[in-house]
Write a protein that binds this ligand. Structure first.
Ligand code: SF4
Ligand code: SF4
Length: 431
């Protein structure tokens, strides 16, 4: 059956019929994205941010299923992402690195940066786990918690006597008390649906000492600090505890929600805290509607509105800007409608009668790119769930036909950003 994907310069016209052909097709597709950009003196991810075609995969600040993280990293590395953002946990970072290594053995693709995510505040939604004891659940419960969980993190079997606790193969056969801790990423959707109020949310803060140790690893390139921007004292405390170990980082990202009028002031304050010790690029992650990209079209509105507001402000803090929180396959179209996609021009100026081009003060795209989380995991996760698991080891490359399916899914997100053929703006041509 012909495929509709154009995949930059390498149209894929038919599905290969055997594993060797599958792998060859995967290699061709992956290298078509990798070879689509001119060589540069700057690191490729920075060039992507400057052009506005940066794509980051968010594995999830709390998602710690090493098998899925590894396979997601493999697939999205082949698809050409610039960065993979994961939990600040050694086994998760190992899984990301392993996935990237495996992708690089399959095709000549560039290594994405590895970013770890931490928080300065216990109340950050990205850093929590749901928990309940299934033995407390009434036998006749229809289990709505299980149905709403986007991560398949709630597992159990029904028996004639009621709900039976299931041993979880993801966790070496440990009892997980209803929620597979490693898979829960804290979206919170199960909390309000339990008719018996049995589910608790456990929040936590990533330990700064563990984070410092991770930052010294050669395979960690970037850090993202989630903050709510309400108390910069918390940010300051975390930043000073990490500053001694951030020397070789290539990028520091700060992720924050839109808190309205106070947001810009908080960003300026945060930048003033970081500035003296900042030895690399910095990025602002504009977190629209956290952990909601898989829900549907409407989820992307808040991130795009946040970006539009910041981009129309001349007095924005130094650094690259990237969307997250609700991003999905509709995000690019929404950005294009607002004139915000891969442009250096101030969109507010574009809407005025006498159009005045107001270039970004930093000579790079107003919006550096997009981070995809829940939606990216959902579309590839559907394929990952078809991998037969042997003793907990499930390497997607052992099933080339599944890897090709997963790569096609990943391309649907990455390709519209990476292979966008929009003519360069006047300003881009000059720079
Ligand atoms: S918080 Fe979200 S991911 Fe965690 S168990 Fe509940 S629904 Fe699943
Ligand atoms: S909905 Fe509540 S009571 Fe029912 S299985 Fe889930 S946690 Fe237990």
């Amino acid at each position: 059956m012909p495929l509709s994907l154009s995949l930059c310069n390498a149209p894929l016209r038919s599905i290969p019929s055997n594993p060797r052909q599958c792998l060859q097709t995967i290699r061709t597709l992956a290298e078509s994205i990798a070879g689509n950009r001119p060589p540069s003196l700057l690191a490729a991810p920075i060039e992507s941010l400057r052009r506005g075609d940066w794509v980051k995969l968010i594995c999830g600040a709390s998602f710690e299923d090493a098998a899925d993280v590894r396979n997601l990293s493999l697939v999205y590395t082949l698809a050409g992402v610039d960065c993979i953002d994961c939990a600040a946990d050694a086994s998760v970072v190992n899984a990301v690195s392993d996935g990237i290594d495996a992708a690089c053995r399959i095709a000549s693709v560039r290594r994405p940066w590895v970013m770890i995510s931490v928080n300065d505040d216990r109340n950050d939604l990205h850093f929590r786990k749901a928990e309940f004891d299934p033995e407390d659940c009434p036998p006749d419960c229809s289990r709505p918690c299980e149905m709403v969980c986007p991560a398949n993190a709630i597992l159990s079997k029904r028996t004639s006597e009621g709900v039976e606790i299931q041993h979880d193969s993801h966790a070496g056969g440990k009892l997980q008390g209803g929620v597979i801790t490693e898979r829960c990423y804290g979206c919170g959707r199960c909390l309000p649906v339990c008719p018996y109020d049995r589910i608790r949310a456990m929040t936590y803060i990533r330990d700064p000492a563990t984070t410092s140790a991770l930052l010294r690893r050669n395979d960690v390139d970037a850090i993202e600090i989630h903050t709510r921007g309400r108390s910069t004292d918390l940010f300051k405390e975390l930043w000073s505890s990490l500053s001694g170990s951030s020397g070789h980082l290539k990028l520091v990202a700060v992720s924050l929600p839109d808190a309205g009028e106070s947001t810009l002031a908080a960003m300026h304050l945060i930048y003033s805290i970081m500035k003296a010790d900042l030895q690399c690029y910095n990025l602002w992650q504009l977190d629209g509607r956290p952990m909601s990209g898989d829900i549907g079209r409407g989820a992307t509105r808040e991130a795009v509105a946040f970006a539009a507001r910041i981009a129309s402000t001349q007095d924005r803090p130094h650094g690259f800007y990237q969307l997250a929180g609700g991003t999905n396959s509709h995000t690019i179209d929404s950005l294009k409608k607002l004139g915000l996609f891969q442009t250096m021009n101030n969109p507010a100026a574009q809407f005025q009668k006498n159009t005045i081009v107001s270039p970004s003060p930093d000579s790079h795209a107003l919006i550096g790119g997009i981070a995809y989380g829940g939606y990216a995991r959902k579309i590839v996760g559907r394929v990952l769930s078809r991998i037969p698991s042997k003793h907990g080891h499930a390497h997607i490359e052992d099933h080339p036909e599944l890897l090709l399916d997963a790569l096609k899914e990943a391309f649907t997100l990455v390709e519209p950003v990476k292979c966008h053929n929009q003519p360069m703006t006047q300003h881009q041509e000059k720079s």
